[in-house]
Design a protein around this ligand. Structure first.
Ligand SMILES: [Zn+2]
Length: 87
């Protein structure tokens, strides 16, 4: 059974984990973003729109034609319609 008082702790932990995982998928620091998201859930939105720092296998890579960040399996690029080499 989840008591209402537990939600006070549970909700920040859930926000923290989601924010941390999204940050890790973008090549960013898991702990740093987990803490920010737990304390200030608005950072979930910020990290969602944040561009990756580096290519993260299975999540993000750069388009080989225009250099924009695209999803790992996105083909063609939704910015320039450029075909991506298979990975
Ligand atoms: Zn492109």
């Amino acid at each position: 059974m989840i008591k209402p008082a537990m939600l006070v702790f549970l909700v920040p932990i859930i926000f923290g984990v989601i924010g941390g995982v999204m940050a890790a998928n973008r090549g960013r620091n898991f702990i740093f973003w987990a803490l920010l998201s737990a304390l200030f859930p608005v950072f979930l939105l910020i990290i969602w729109f944040e561009k990756p720092l580096k290519e993260v296998e299975g999540h993000f890579r750069r388009c080989t034609s225009c250099g924009e960040w695209i999803k790992w399996l996105e083909n063609p690029c939704h910015y320039c319609r450029g075909e991506q080499p298979p990975r």
